[in-house]
Design a protein around this ligand. Structure first.
Ligand code: UD1
Length: 351
C-alpha cells in the first residue's frame, strides 16, 4: 500500500514508518516538526534503505493534506496529535484545536481524495480509572483530562464516519504505556528536555542527568504500593500498526487494546533498569501525582484475535533498548540544524 503517515517524524510514528517499509509498503511522512524531528526522518531512511518522501505540514491544513493525498494513497496512519496530559490542562483550546480540528481536516481531506483506510493512534487514557483490570475494550470510557477527552472525541469522529460511510474502514489502537526504542539505538523518544513519563525519566537518572526519580505515591493498593502500568515496546506498537493495515483490506471499524497484558510497578521498572544498565537509579517516594491511578493493564486478546498480534518484547528488552538510545543520544535528536528549523517555523504552528 501507499501510506501517508501523519506525525511520522515522532516517536511511535518513526518506528512505524520503518516497520511499514520493511513490510513492503511505500511511506510518505507528513509532520509539522512541532515534536517530530528531521533527524528521525534521516534515520528512517537509513534504517529502511528507502528514499522516503517528507512533507512538512500541519494536520489542520486541509488544503495541504488534500494536495498530498491527491497523488493517490491507499491508507493513512494518524499520529499527529499533542499528548502531554499536564500541558493539556493548561492549554485545552490548543489541544482540541490541534487534535480534534486536525482530525476533522484529515478525515475531510481523505474523503475528498477517496482514501478510505485509517489507522488511528489512541490511548488507554480513555479508560481513566478502570473498575477492573485487565481492561477490555468495552470497559467504561472515563477520559478525565483535556488530552484524553480529545482522543475520545477523535475516536468518536472516526467511528461515526465508519457508520455513515461503509466504504471507510479504521483501526483505533489504544496504546498502554509506550516504552523502549529501536534496537539500533538510532531512533527513540526525544522528550525535548525533562521527561514526564517514567521510562525516559529513569533513563536520565541512570545516565546521571537527573539526581533521582520521584516515585509518585507509595501507598497505592498494589503489590509494593507504587503505580502499576502495562509497558509496551515501541517495536511491538509499530508491528501492531502494520498488522492493522492488513486487516483494513477487508474493511470494518476496529477498536483494539495494544498492551502486553502484564503490569509492572514503578519499583519493578526501576529494578529492571538497574539490572540492564548496571547503574543505580536512586529514588525517593513522594506524594501521588494528581490524576494518576493505581493500576492499568490491558486485556490484549481482541488484538490477538483480530490482528494475530501479540507483544514480543518484555520489560528487560524495553529497558535495554531505552538505555541504548539514552546512551547514544543523551540529548535526544538535538542538533543545530533541528534547532534552526524549529526557530524558523511560523509562530503559532506549534502552540
Ligand atoms: C501518562 C499520561 C497518559 C499518557 C501516557 C502515555 C498522565 C497522568 N498520564 O500515563 O495520559 O497516555 O502517559 O504517554 O500523565 N511515575 C513516577 N515518577 C515519574 C514518572 C512517572 O513515579 O517521574 C509513575 C506514575 O505515577 C505511574 C507510572 O510511573 O504510576 C507511569 O507513569 P507515566 O510514564 O507518566 O505514564 P502514565 O501516568 O500511566
Amino acid at each position: 500500500m501507499k501510506v501517508l503517515v501523519c506525525g511520522g517524524a515522532g516517536y511511535i510514528g518513526s518506528h512505524t514508518c520503518v516497520a511499514l517499509i520493511e513490510q513492503g509498503h511505500e511511506v510518505v511522512i507528513y509532520d509539522n516538526l512541532c515534536h517530530g524531528s528531521l533527524s528521525a526522518v534521516d534515520h528512517i531512511r537509513q534504517l529502511s534503505g528507502a528514499d522516503v518522501r517528507f512533507v512538512q505540514g500541519d494536520v489542520r491544513d486541509k488544503a495541504a493534506l488534500e494536495s498530498v493525498l491527491s497523488s493517490g494513497f491507499d491508507a493513512v496512519v494518524h499520529f499527529a496529535a499533542l499528548k502531554i496530559m499536564s500541558e493539556s490542562c493548561r492549554l485545552p483550546l490548543l489541544y482540541f484545536d490541534n487534535n480534534v480540528a486536525g482530525t476533522i481536516a484529515l478525515l475531510q481531506a481523505m474523503q475528498a481524495t477517496g482514501v478510505h483506510r485509517l489507522v488511528f493512534s489512541s490511548t488507554a487514557a480513555v479508560y481513566g480509572d478502570p473498575d477492573v483490570v485487565p481492561i477490555k475494550e468495552d470497559a467504561p470510557l472515563r477520559a478525565c483530562n483535556p488530552y484524553s477527552h480529545t482522543k475520545l472525541v477523535m475516536e468518536r469522529l472516526i467511528q461515526e464516519l465508519c457508520e455513515a460511510r461503509p466504504s471507510f474502514s479504521a483501526a483505533i489502537l489504544r496504546y498502554f504505556n509506550p516504552a523502549g526504542a529501536h534496537p539500533s539505538g538510532l531512533m527513540g523518544e526525544d522528550t525535548g528536555g525533562v521527561p514526564s513519563n517514567l521510562m525516559p525519566y529513569v533513563s536520565q537518572v541512570a545516565a546521571g542527568m537527573q539526581d533521582r526519580l520521584h516515585v509518585f505515591g507509595g501507598d497505592y493498593p498494589t503489590r509494593d504500593g507504587t503505580g502499576v502500568r502495562d509497558y509496551i515496546h515501541v517495536m511491538d506498537l509499530a508491528d501492531a500498526h502494520t498488522k492493522a493495515l492488513d486487516v483494513l483490506r477487508v474493511g470494518g471499524c476496529h477498536v483494539l487494546n495494544i498492551g502486553t497484558g502484564r503490569g509492572y510497578s514503578v519499583l519493578e521498572v526501576v529494578s529492571a533498569f538497574e539490572r540492564i544498565s548496571g547503574r543505580r537509579v536512586p529514588y525517593e517516594i513522594v506524594d501521588r501525582r494528581p490524576g494518576d491511578v493505581a493500576e492499568v493493564w490491558a486485556d490484549p486478546s481482541h488484538a490477538q484475535e483480530t490482528l494475530g498480534w501479540h507483544a514480543q518484547h518484555d520489560l528487560l528488552r524495553m529497558c535495554a533498548d531505552a538505555w541504548r538510545w539514552q546512551s547514544m543520544h543523551p540529548h535526544g535528536y538535538q542538533s543545530a540544524q533541528v534547532i534552526e528549523l524549529r526557530q524558523a517555523m511560523p509562530s503559532g504552528s506549534c502552540r
